[in-house]
Design a protein around this ligand. Structure first.
Ligand SMILES: [Zn+2]
Ligand SMILES: [Zn+2]
Length: 99
């Protein structure tokens, strides 16, 4: 397994491999996986429809990010189980929690 030096320094944003992100995307069904109670999502899960090609393009409809459930800075890993597909709105709201 190779370590991406960029991922080490940039902490949360670029640390997942493309394969991990693709698998997480497939798991999510192309919809936001956020289930944070504080966000008051209608059906518990956000489920906002996302567009694969709009990752990180927060000015676009359907934009999203791969989010670390547990931040790398506090011991989170870059595994699929720690990867959460979030719409850009949810991702912005979770950023204050540390990645
Ligand atoms: Zn969302
Ligand atoms: Zn949310």
């Amino acid at each position: 397994m190779s370590v991406n030096p960029v991922g080490e320094t940039e902490e949360s944003r670029v640390a997942f491999t493309n394969e991990t992100i693709l698998r997480a995307w497939q798991r999510s069904g192309g919809k936001c996986e956020c289930e944070r109670i504080s966000h008051n999502h209608n059906f518990r899960r956000c489920n906002k429809t996302l567009i694969w090609g709009n990752r990180g393009k927060d000015w676009m409809i359907g934009s999203w990010e791969a989010h670390h459930k547990t931040a790398v800075s506090v011991g989170g890993s870059n595994t699929l189980s720690n990867c959460e597909i979030l719409c850009i709105d949810c991702h912005k709201t979770t950023r204050s929690y540390g990645g």
